[in-house]
Design a protein around this ligand. Structure first.
Ligand SMILES: Cc1cn([C@H]2C[C@H](O)[C@@H](COP(=O)(O)OP(=O)(O)OP(=O)(O)O)O2)c(=O)[nH]c1=O
Length: 197
């Protein structure tokens, strides 16, 4: 049985599109980058820890497989996680304005005896945003709970002038990489159409 170790409604909706049956487990991992830890190592570690914590939660269930993922926005080697508050979100968006940043999403799949991981790396370019646009976007509430303070699948799509990578990866679960991981573990996938939140 496959379990998704995530509280993210985006990840649930995206995984469902692969046509696999799964349960969900809430995990709470302390998300903090170690001093000097490269951004890629950090996102990989977070995904592994989420999947590992999920596996502990279903310990004893024979054949349990647990998927965990982590998404971070990276600009100039600085990692932007989920904003702490509206001012933090506005600060992130002002920094992203008119620049190209990276979105890293690591996906880990673990079972009692095995572990595999894939990393999705996308480059996203934002148009220059003025203070009014930033303030209005933050006031709408969308930045909260989202790495970098934006949702490409929502109002921020109109700020994106270029995307080089995986749209679903930026949203939080790269479908191609996830499909390949599931196949590695012998799970069959399909396709279920449907929008995402
Ligand atoms: C960049 C970007 C991120 N996001 C979201 C995806 C993730 O939910 C979130 C990044 O935070 P994460 O810490 O990766 O995930 P989470 O805390 O929401 O969920 P969990 O750890 O329980 O799996 O940002 C978007 O929805 N749209 C975007 O464009």
């Amino acid at each position: 049985m496959l379990h998704l170790a995530s509280k993210s409604p985006r990840r649930r909706a995206l995984l469902a599109r692969l046509g696999v049956a799964f349960g969900t487990i809430d995990v709470d991992i302390r998300e903090a980058r170690a001093p000097g830890e490269p951004a890629e190592d950090y996102v990989r570690r977070m995904a592994r820890e989420k999947a590992g914590a999920g596996l502990l939660a279903v310990a004893g269930v024979p054949g349990a497989l647990v998927l965990g993922a982590d998404t971070e926005v990276v600009l100039d080697d600085e990692v932007f996680g989920k904003p702490a508050d509206a001012a933090d979100a506005a600060g992130m968006l002002r920094r992203l304005s008119g620049r190209t940043h990276e979105v890293l999403t690591a996906v880990s799949l673990v079972s009692a005896g095995r572990e595999a991981q894939r990393l999705s790396r996308s480059r996203v370019t934002f148009a220059a945003l003025d203070d009014g646009q930033v303030a209005a976007y933050v006031a709408g509430g969308e930045p909260m709970g989202r790495a970098g303070g934006y949702a490409i699948q929502g109002g921020a799509e109109r700020f994106v002038t270029r995307l080089d990578g995986s749209f679903s990866g930026v949203m939080g679960l790269p479908l191609h990489d996830t499909m390949l991981l599931l196949h590695e573990f012998g799970l069959r996938t399909g396709f279920r159409p449907g929008g995402t939140d």
